[in-house]
Design a protein around this ligand. Sequence first.
Ligand code: SAM
Ligand code: SF4
Length: 359
Amino acid sequence: MQIDIKNSAGNLTSNQLKYLLNLKQTAELKELFKTAYQLRINNLDREIYLRGIIEFSNICSKDCYYCGIRKSNQKINRFKMSKTEILESAGWIYKNNYASIVLQSGERNDPEFINFVNDLIKEIKNLSNNKLGITLSLGEQDKKTYQKWFELGAHRYLLRIESSNQKLYENIHPVSHSFKKRLNCLNILREIGYQVGTGVMIGLPGQTIEDLANDLLFFKEIDVDMVGMGPYVIHKQTPLAKKIVDEKILKVRNFDLALKMIAALRILIPDINIAATTALDALSPDGKKRGLKAGANIIMPVITHPNYRKDYQLYENKELIGVSAADEFKKFDLSKELNAKIGYNKWGDSPHYFKRNSN
Ligand code: SAM
Ligand code: SF4
């Protein structure tokens, strides 16, 4: 290895990041993943935290070129879970000691939607005696809405920048979608006091290794508390899929790159929360496990009701079967294979967040 990665924690240059993302030799990759995994243990102990995610509606007002539930895709059934169904799922998450819930959906900015989310936050807080931590992933909203949701009790927000390269961002979105607006939303969320999570898709058509290295430096620059990034996965009913020449090569490349991105990020910012995302499992049956082995420390089991899952297909091969934490960990023995355990009943905020707030 040309870089002394063991002594590079918190401090990697763009060239060093590019070097890590270009690694191909098995021995070097092993060393990269081992170092990242050890840094996770040193900085965040052995616990893996759970976030039960409910994808409660696929109705979306936006038209991102990569996403299966984009507004223009007329081949899917649009759904919205009822409040009762969502609260039932939230109750399940609470009773199963996950401590943390993520509410995700297509983006809507109309008052009916905003009020619906207001009620959900209030009722989830009620049903759990204020104990369930609430993360939102509901896209771009105005400051008033973000503020209201924060006051009602949501404390984390996930909004991926998708790519920190503005030009690339513009290539994968219609002109009506603004990179600057998305960036501004991240600033507003931080100002309000949310723990802010962002992320990118890895292996987009036209994306270079330099872009990915810059994405990692972008996370450091905006001082994120958590990152959820995953491989770009094709959805055939989207415009971006038409740009893919060889689907097989793309899948292998994107999966490998995603693992290297996780490991490089763990070395660059050792004390943040990094999710092993669902998209990893879409490309490899043991995708999430390998994400955890590469330095991730968060798992987001999908708790969306099985009846709705087939209609929340952002990309192909997104899990259709019922997945709970128990199902996730049936695939492997957390303590034996990863020397880790689940942090039940804990919000699992990152040490990075606490350090920033004690300064
Ligand atoms: N609508 C909200 C938003 O866009 O922020 C939240 C839901 S959206 C479905 C969540 C994430 O799914 C996006 O940020 C995007 O990165 C990811 N996504 C969508 N299509 C994808 C694809 N084809 N491959 C991988 N990730 C995808
Ligand atoms: Fe809508 Fe989010 Fe999909 Fe874009 S990524 S089309 S905003 S659900």
